[in-house]
Design a binder for this molecule. Structure first.
Ligand SMILES: NC(=O)C1=CN([C@@H]2O[C@H](COP(=O)(O)OP(=O)(O)OC[C@H]3O[C@@H](n4cnc5c(N)ncnc54)[C@H](O)[C@@H]3O)[C@@H](O)[C@H]2O)C=CC1
Ligand SMILES: Cc1cc2nc3c(=O)[nH]c(=O)nc-3n(C[C@H](O)[C@H](O)[C@H](O)COP(=O)(O)O)c2cc1C
Length: 179
């Protein structure tokens, strides 16, 4: 059977404007994460919603990082990182790591403990995934970092944080039913 899109000359396909894409993406709720690294290029961190699970064999996440971000060269050189998934108390911290703030000021706003890779785990994060970058693919403005998970720290008591419709929302964890 013929593929109707494949048979249309590319020049005749309408395409989608960047703003329309962003407006549509604002409808996809996502977890909020602070991605950290430490190593020979120094310490750095940024907020990321473009994070997802790739495979459990070997356990692998992907993180999309804009190559124009100030932190980009640090991540490129260190090749290790920690994905810290934020709890509902971390909204202000997410904004600090979301750009423009000097790196020392970002890290001074919370407590951190080094994971095996040397990357900082955020105290109180829902989960911290310690990773080594196993593969990198460039797509448009971003690098897609494939990150093999080498250790995990979890906290099963905090409520979650979701970014949806350009705003933060708390994701309330159900408490176990009293008997
Ligand atoms: N993947 C990314 O690089 C993301 C970057 N951001 C940045 O955070 C700031 C605030 O974002 P919003 O309040 O959500 O408003 P916005 O209108 O800039 O973005 C709406 C949605 O579009 C997507 N998006 C935004 N910038 C993108 C990019 N450069 N590449 C791919 N997808 C992108 C995200 O899903 C975002 O939630 C902006 O500077 C934005 O660029 C936010 C979310 C994801
Ligand atoms: C909620 C939120 C989600 C974001 N998600 C991403 C992301 O997935 N990838 C990315 O490269 N930048 C993302 N950003 C933007 C980066 O956090 C920001 O560019 C980074 O802190 C570097 O900023 P700087 O160049 O001023 O240091 C996000 C920002 C916010 C507020």
């Amino acid at each position: 059977m013929s593929n109707p899109i494949k048979d249309v000359p590319l020049a005749e396909l309408a395409g989608v404007e960047k703003q329309a894409f962003r407006d549509a993406m604002a409808h996809l709720g996502s977890a909020v994460n602070i991605i950290t690294t430490d190593g020979e290029a120094g310490r750095a961190g940024f907020t990321a919603s473009a994070v997802c699970s790739v495979t459990d064999t070997p356990p692998t996440l992907l993180v999309c990082l804009n190559r124009s971000a100030s932190v980009y060269p640090v991540f490129q050189q260190n090749q290790v990182l920690c994905v810290n998934t934020l709890a509902d108390s971390h909204e202000a911290l997410s904004n600090l790591f979301g750009g423009k703030t000097p790196m020392a000021q970002r890290f001074a706003a919370a407590q951190w403990v080094p994971m095996a890779s040397g990357s900082p785990a955020l105290t109180g994060a829902l989960t911290s995934f310690d990773c080594r970058v196993s593969q990198v693919t460039q797509v448009g403005t971003h690098d897609v970092l494939f990150c093999e998970v080498i250790d995990i720290l979890s906290n099963d008591s905090s409520h979650g944080l979701v970014y949806f419709d350009r705003r933060y929302h708390s994701l309330i964890r159900q408490l176990p039913q009293a008997r």
